[in-house]
Ligand binder design. Structure first.
Ligand code: PHE
Length: 365
């Protein structure tokens, strides 16, 4: 009886059954590779009890008993193969890489994203600020677009004074309502793009708190554009006002800055000069970093010129409401770009490169 039933059911030959299995495996793998269905959905679709494979598997009873063992082995192999393909899909990493071989080296060094850094001028500003902070100077900010009064007149340069010509200044017409009082109108009639940071001197004095130890770092503007000038550049202005401030203090503060910024081998010298707002006035030189003062191609005579300085003129103290009989002070103002280029030892044949936004150039600093 049992035999009879078995015989009735013998309708599928083993090679045909195996052929069907192979075909299903092939289709399943192709679907897994191309569809955007999730691995979970695919598992139900391809391996679940209602799947084609599930239905076929149930018909294994129709395979002649002698072949059933072998066919069963193939059924399992096909299921494993589909399961493997699903596992691979599940692993997000192999998905992303879709590499030709299905492994990758987790210990291999990664690819670093490109990393930027601050512009050389910003770096210099931070460093300059840090050095002066150590001797009690505070970084302050004053307007970069200011009244003529602060940029010139309060600094002992009345209108039409020839000394003004040194600063190739951009003047701006007063845009709005004129200032209220006549005195205000006279002294604040014109606006300038500050050609130096010295406009901060009297502004700082007007705050009315003494002693003053400020370092004012700001953008400056002059009508100049050539290989050694950009119309916008930066200066840092030091101002120290207290009782009994002397030239010795000026020299000491400068040397402190030079040694901190350029290194212990560097020394400075003061050369007599003239500014309307300091008396006496000096041009500050630093010994050349390449030859340390012996004289070389870069410096010629061993010294490099940095910028101006001097003892604050009594008229300037008066402009700021400070009694020059009680107080004295010194001031200095140097170009950030110049000071920074001297540090890196780079002799730029064109300073405009600093502001050309060419990353290949800027990366070097
Ligand atoms: N403001 C001057 C300049 O731009 C530099 C300076 C500052 C000189 C302070 C003396 C005192 O050249």
């Amino acid at each position: 009886m049992t035999n009879q039933q078995d015989n009735d059911a013998l309708t599928i030959a083993a090679p045909h059954f195996i052929g069907l299995l192979m075909e299903m495996e092939h289709q399943a793998r192709e679907l897994i590779a191309t569809t955007d269905k999730s691995a979970e959905e695919l598992r139900i679709l391809l391996l679940g009890p209602k799947s084609e494979l599930g239905k076929l598997t149930k018909q294994i009873r129709q395979v002649p008993p002698v072949d059933r063992g072998n066919v069963g082995v193939v059924v399992n192999e096909v299921k494993e193969s589909i399961e493997k393909a699903l596992q691979k899909k599940l692993s997000a990493i192999s998905d992303q890489l879709s590499a030709p071989n299905d492994w990758f080296d987790v210990t291999a060094p990664g690819i670093r994203p490109p990393e930027g850094h601050l512009h050389i001028v910003s770096q210099a500003i931070t460093e300059i600020t840090r050095i002066f902070e150590r001797i009690g100077f505070t970084r302050v900010r004053h307007p970069e677009v200011d009244w003529d009064w602060y940029a010139f007149e309060s600094l002992n340069m009345p209108p039409h004074h020839p000394a003004r010509d040194e600063w190739e200044t951009f003047f701006i017409d007063y845009p709005g309502k004129p200032p209220a009082s006549r005195a205000d109108l006279e002294r604040k009639e014109q606006i300038v793009l500050t050609p130096h940071t010295s406009n901060g001197q009297v502004r700082e004095m007007e705050k009315g708190s003494l002693p003053i130890r400020m370092i004012n770092i700001a953008k400056c503007y002059r009508r100049q554009l050539d290989v050694s000038h950009t119309p916008m550049f930066h200066q840092f202005e030091g101002l120290y006002v207290d009782k009994e401030v002397s030239i010795g203090d000026l020299k000491g503060v400068m040397d402190f800055f030079f040694k901190g910024y350029y290194g212990p081998d560097r020394v400075s010298r003061l050369r007599p000069f003239h500014f309307q707002f300091t008396e006496p006035s000096f041009e500050v030189d630093i010994n050349c970093g390449v030859c340390l003062g012996k004289g070389c191609k870069l410096c010629k005579d061993g010294w490099l010129e940095l910028g101006g300085s001097g003892m604050v003129h009594p008229n300037v103290l008066r402009s700021g409401g400070i009694d020059p009989n009680v107080y004295s002070g010194f001031a200095f103002g140097w170009g950030v770009e110049r000071v920074a280029m001297m540090k890196s030892g780079t002799k730029l044949d064109d300073v405009r490169l600093l502001y050309s936004n060419d990353v290949r150039f800027l990366e070097q600093f």
